[in-house]
Design a binder for this molecule. Structure first.
Ligand SMILES: Nc1nc2c(ncn2[C@@H]2O[C@H](COP(=O)(O)OP(=O)(O)OP(=O)(O)O)[C@@H](O)[C@H]2O)c(=O)[nH]1
Ligand SMILES: [Mg+2]
Length: 470
């Protein structure tokens, strides 16, 4: 344990020295982490952000742009040779091509470097020429942050907790039956271990599809090239007492530990620990539509995700970070183009309330935080329609099947407690009304030269996240 932590901090030390010295001195690098749960809008956010930073006609809220200090912005090869590049060109082609469509699901880590030539603001402006600032954008799944909690847990504790949580979930019935029928003290048998892990993964996928957010270990959902390897071939068992040698219990516990040291820790060491600024994207409207349980579940997952940003919560992580911390965290409700702008402030309030506990803890740790509702790619226009004598603020867009439709999602409450209260108290459905949801396709774009794709408040998000460093 001591040796591995030591090795981790050494690795980080060497790496920071290894950063090209000239770059560190003269060309500051901002590492911006973009995360959120599955389908929260990470890929669209990064694609539109990059497009709108390259063509800044729609970015008046970015001070350096407004003040005319940005001379040029360009894409560069990223500095990390072993991380996949964020597939910007293909994602943009999907969104802005002749048949616009949303990009495919990703759920793996990727990275992109954007460089700015900008003149400094204020007193130095006249004295200094433009300087280069690099922005490294790192896209990673929020689910991976949830795995941090595993580091503090033994296999036995994790098993007990997980089996208890699964007991009330229909999606877990088959797995639970299999797990209960297993005697952990029996001799380890590989086909049996594989069958259990496979059924457990089936449960995790079903749970995620059903809207549960607590689906860890995160890599079971997106194994990539780890598929079938022992680090992903374990499952919770009804263990009690010590693990006999060569038993299924012993082997499962060993693999669980390997998952922690070879999957979870490397992510925090290689990616998380280097982030300066962070945006956490939340599909709050999607959760509200699914109902109170989904909202409560999301609120809890946000709390768990954000505990990773609270130094001191985990001894291993604190040592790894060596006092370094994320300086700014933005909580953004995405897809705000599903709402008429009259309702945007309410969505922002819900977002603030949804992340209140987590934000209090993060600001306690010295990070500056803000909440915002935005649309990375605006797919709708607004219109007021009269219905039964009342004026309804609607949005209009093209549905995925190609039909045009006007849509009124329902009236979000002024006071977020009217949603979060019932959610916390276990309500099954919303009292007053249901909240609708429509999946719009991206709109056909005809962009003027110098303009990026249409968005809502992406410039404000960029200003908060990086504006002070340009
Ligand atoms: N109307 C609208 N829909 C959006 C916007 N951003 C994302 N979406 C919708 O949300 C879906 C998911 O967006 P992605 O950017 O792929 O989300 P992600 O977080 O990268 O998803 P995974 O890679 O699967 O984790 C898209 O397919 C769109 O349907 C937006 O700004 N406006
Ligand atoms: Mg994605």
């Amino acid at each position: 344990m001591v040796i591995s932590s030591l090795a981790d901090s050494l690795a980080r030390g060497v790496e920071s020295v290894g950063d090209r010295v000239s770059e560190a001195l003269f060309e500051p690098v901002i590492r911006l982490g973009v995360t959120g749960l599955a389908r929260s809008g990470k890929t669209v956010f990064i694609t539109s952000l990059v497009a709108n930073l390259l063509d800044r006609g729609r970015m008046p809220g970015l001070a350096a742009q407004q003040e005319g200090r940005i001379n040029a912005v360009y894409l560069q090869p990223q500095p990390d040779d072993t991380v996949p590049r964020f597939d910007y060109e293909n994602h943009l082609a999907a969104l802005s091509g002749p048949e616009p469509h949303w990009p495919d699901s990703t759920r793996a880590v990727s990275e992109l470097r954007l460089s700015f030539k900008a003149r400094p603001a204020g007193m130095l402006a006249g004295l200094q020429g433009p300087r280069t600032v690099h922005l490294d954008i790192v896209d990673y799944p929020g689910e991976w942050l949830l795995d941090l909690a595993l580091l503090d847990k033994s296999y036995e504790d994790w098993s007990a907790e997980t089996l208890e949580r699964l007991a009330s979930r229909g999606e877990a019935a088959t797995f639970l039956a299999q797990s209960k029928a297993t005697d952990p003290a029996e001799a380890h048998d590989e086909p049996r271990a594989q069958a259990l892990a496979k059924e457990f993964a089936i449960y995790l996928n079903a749970a995620r599809d059903a809207g549960f957010y607590d689906c860890t270990p995160g890599r079971f959902l997106l194994p990539g090239d780890l598929a079938g390897s022992p680090v992903l071939t374990f499952a919770p068992l009804p263990v009690d007492g010590p693990a006999p040698r060569h038993s299924l219990h012993r082997e499962m516990a060993r693999r669980y530990e390997a998952y922690k040291s070879q999957v979870v820790k490397p992510f925090f060491r290689d990616h998380f620990s280097r982030i300066d600024r962070q945006v956490v994207l939340v599909d709050a409207l999607g959760a509200i539509h699914k109902g109170p349980q989904a909202v409560e579940d999301m609120r809890r997952a946000m709390g768990d995700i954000l505990s990773a940003f609270r130094p001191g919560r985990n001894a291993w992580l604190s040592q790894l970070l060596l006092g370094k911390r994320v300086e700014r965290i933005l909580f953004a409700a995405t897809k705000a183009d599903h709402l008429h702008h009259q309702q945007h402030p309410r969505l922002t309030h819900i977002m603030e309330a949804l992340t209140r506990d987590a934000r209090d803890r993060a600001s306690f740790a010295g990070a500056e935080t803000a909440a915002l509702s935005l649309a990375s790619l605006r797919a709708t226009t607004e219109e007021i329609r009269t219905h039964d004598g009342a004026e309804l603020p609607c949005v209009r867009g093209t549905l995925l099947e190609g039909r045009q439709a006007a849509f009124y999602p329902g009236d979000l409450p002024e006071d977020p407690a009217h949603l979060l209260g019932p959610a916390r108290n276990g309500a099954e459905s919303w009292l007053d009304e249901d909240f609708g949801y429509m999946s719009f396709a991206p709109a056909h774009l005809t962009l003027r030269p110098g303009d990026g794709p249409p968005h809502i408040r992406l410039d404000r998000a960029a200003q908060f996240l990086i504006g002070d460093r340009l």
